[in-house]
Design a protein around this ligand. Structure first.
Ligand code: 6PG
Length: 233
C-alpha cells in the first residue's frame, strides 16, 4: 500500500501532529545536507498548518519553500498561493525561509515553463517534503481532471517538473508540479478535511484512475503518502 492514514477528530490535533512530522523531516534534512526544501499547497485547508509551522523553531534560513501549484495571478491577488504563503507561513520564526515561487510576469503560464524550470532547478532535488491538498473533484496540486494538459502532467516519462494547466471549472490558469516531480519527493503528505473529501479519497484508494488525479499519487508514492485526515464536515 502506498499510503498511511492518520485520522483526527480535530483540526488542532491534526495540525500539531502533521507540523511535528514536517519539522522532524526538515530538521533531519538540515542535519544531513545542511539545508531543506518544502513544497506546499494553496487553498484554505493549509492556513492553520502554516500558522502553526511559522511558530516552530527550526533553522528556517536553511529552508527553501516552494509551491506544488500556483494560480496565474499577481502575488497581491487574494487567490495567489505565494501571497498566502507569505501571509501565513513566512512569518515569526519562519520569516527567514526563502520562497521560490512559480509565477512570472508572462501573460500565459505556458510561456513561463522554461523560466520556472530554471528557478526550480536551483533547489535541491529531490524535495524533502511536499504537502498536498485535494479538491472534491479529485485534483491535487493543479492536476485537474479533464484539463487538456493533464496527460502530459501525469506522464512520468516526461522529465518536466512543471506544467501549465487550465482547469475546466476552477478559476485561473495554473502552474503545477508534474506527477513525476511530486513522486520524486523524499516524503509527501496529503492534508484533507471533511466527509466529502473522504468519499473522494475512498474512490481514489480503490483504484488508480485518471478521472481522480490524486489516485496517481496515492498508488505510486514511495515512500507511502502520509494522509492526514480530519473527519466531520
Ligand atoms: C490550489 C491547490 C489545490 C488545493 C485544493 C484544495 O492552489 O488550488 O494547491 O490543489 O490544495 O484545491 O483546496 P482547499 O484546501 O481550499 O479545499
Amino acid at each position: 500500500m502506498a499510503w498511511e492514514i492518520h485520522g483526527f477528530g480535530s483540526d488542532e490535533l491534526l495540525v500539531r501532529t502533521l507540523a511535528a512530522a514536517v519539522i522532524a523531516r526538515l530538521t533531519a534534512a538540515i542535519e544531513t545536507r545542511g539545508r531543506a526544501s518544502l513544497a506546499v499547497s494553496g487553498g484554505s485547508t493549509p492556513v492553520k498548518l502554516f500558522q502553526h509551522l511559522a511558530r516552530q523553531s527550526l533553522a528556517w534560513d536553511k529552508v527553501s519553500v516552494t509551491l506544488v501549484d500556483e494560480r496565474w495571478v499577481p502575488e497581491d491577488d487574494g487567490d495567489s498561493n505565494a501571497g498566502l504563503v507569505r501571509k501565513h507561513l513566512l512569518q515569526h520564526e519562519a520569516r527567514r525561509a526563502r520562497l521560490v515561487g512559480l509565477k512570472t510576469d508572462a501573460v500565459d503560464a505556458a510561456l513561463a515553463i522554461d523560466q520556472v524550470e530554471q528557478r526550480l532547478a536551483k533547489l535541491d532535488w529531490p524535495l524533502d517534503v511536499i504537502i498536498l491538498g485535494m479538491g472534491e473533484d479529485g485534483h491535487t496540486a493543479s492536476l485537474f481532471p479533464g484539463a487538456a494538459s493533464l496527460a502530459q502532467a501525469l506522464d512520468t516519462s516526461n522529465p518536466a517538473r512543471v506544467c501549465a494547466v487550465t482547469p475546466p471549472v476552477a478559476a485561473h490558469q495554473r502552474m503545477t508540479l508534474t506527477l513525476a516531480a511530486i513522486l520524486s519527493a523524499r516524503q509527501s503528505y496529503l492534508h484533507v478535511t471533511g466527509n466529502n473529501k473522504w468519499q473522494v479519497l475512498q474512490s481514489a484508494m480503490a483504484a488508480e484512475q485518471v478521472r481522480l488525479p490524486v489516485s496517481c499519487v496515492l498508488h505510486r508514492a514511495d515512500p507511502p503518502l502520509g494522509i492526514y485526515y480530519r473527519n466531520g464536515m
